[in-house]
Design a protein around this ligand. Structure first.
Ligand SMILES: [Zn+2]
Ligand SMILES: [Zn+2]
Length: 305
């Protein structure tokens, strides 16, 4: 089962050196989530042959332009394609007003319905749930209402070990085994222990998106032990004063959070346009958290089960 993150835009405020503003696509099996929607997002989706029609939910972290100026264009393209399926849109309360005004002024009536969900920014809140996973919003410290997002798979069933499965086990009993229950006969006598007939459940995978934010340790318990963390690293450490004053993080900030939260892997991104070459940012982060990689547009980051 796939758990795939595609970076569509990895830059901050303005495009630079071929890099676009922030957006990402997360695929978990047949669920497609768009995280932020910077300018050019739909062009990037087309460039990397991602099907726009498959996106079910869009999560907008905050209302700085580099995170949502691509949204109205994307919605328009969905509508031109005749989309009928409703879309769930999550973001700060003002986002609804912006979208409504743009549609009204351009006399656009979308072909589909938008369910708008206003985010809360005081504490972590579970904002989405289906049979596969949950999504939780996490407050960021960015000088404006801003949320990160945690995507976590739900507990998975035990796997039937077909090699050892006796013929007299019925279909309802198989469901019991998958729940980790032992099988008993009508007299209450143990027939089979589930541990003898099953393999452990597959791994629960998780991804946390922390952008934009200045260094904040209170995020750590909420992202503790995630497999994959994207944390903004707008600046290198020599610009730490600038980073703090603009409510952004440095490579060292991002790597320190990753280390303290004991995550599996760190992706740094949201690069300032002052950096043409990114390897020095990577090197600086790796000194603190070795399993760091750069956010590269068009690249897939996969989590194995
Ligand atoms: Zn930004
Ligand atoms: Zn911002």
């Amino acid at each position: 089962m796939s758990f795939r993150l595609k970076i569509l835009g990895a830059n901050s405020a303005t495009p630079a050196y071929g890099r676009h503003q922030t957006s990402q696509l997360l695929q978990v099996e047949n669920c497609y989530f768009l995280i932020d929607c910077g300018e050019g997002c739909q062009m990037q989706l087309m460039r990397y042959k991602e099907r726009i029609s498959k996106i079910q939910c869009i999560f907008i972290s905050h209302l700085h332009g580099d995170h949502f100026y691509g949204l109205i264009g994307l919605l328009n393209t969905m509508s031109m394609g005749g989309r009928k399926q409703s879309l769930d849109l999550y973001g700060p309360p003002d986002l609804a007003e912006v979208i409504t005004a743009l549609l009204r002024c351009s006399r656009t009536v979308l072909s589909f319905h938008i369910h708008f969900h206003a985010l809360s920014f005081r504490e972590p809140v579970k904002i989405f749930e289906n049979n596969l996973l949950t999504v939780t919003s996490i407050p960021m410290e960015h000088g404006t209402l801003c949320a990160g997002f945690l995507f976590r798979e739900k507990p998975k069933p035990y796997r039937i070990n077909k090699e050892f499965l006796p013929e007299d086990v019925t279909v309802p009993e198989i469901l019991y085994l998958k729940e980790g229950k032992d099988l008993y006969d009508a007299e209450g006598k143990l027939r089979y222990r589930h541990s003898a007939l099953t393999l452990p459940p597959r791994k629960i995978r998780s991804y946390a998106y922390c952008s934009d934010t200045r260094y904040q340790e209170k995020v750590i318990p909420h992202i503790q032990g995630v497999d994959l963390l994207y944390h903004e690293a707008t600046f290198m450490q020599d610009q730490s004063a600038r980073a703090a004053s603009r409510f952004h993080s440095t490579t060292v900030d991002a790597a320190t959070i990753a280390k303290k939260a004991a995550v599996g892997q760190l992706i740094v991104g949201h690069y300032s346009s002052r950096y043409k070459v990114l390897e020095p940012l990577l090197a600086e982060a790796k000194r603190i958290f070795p399993n760091t990689v750069l956010a590269i547009e068009g690249q897939d980051y996969l989590l194995e089960e």
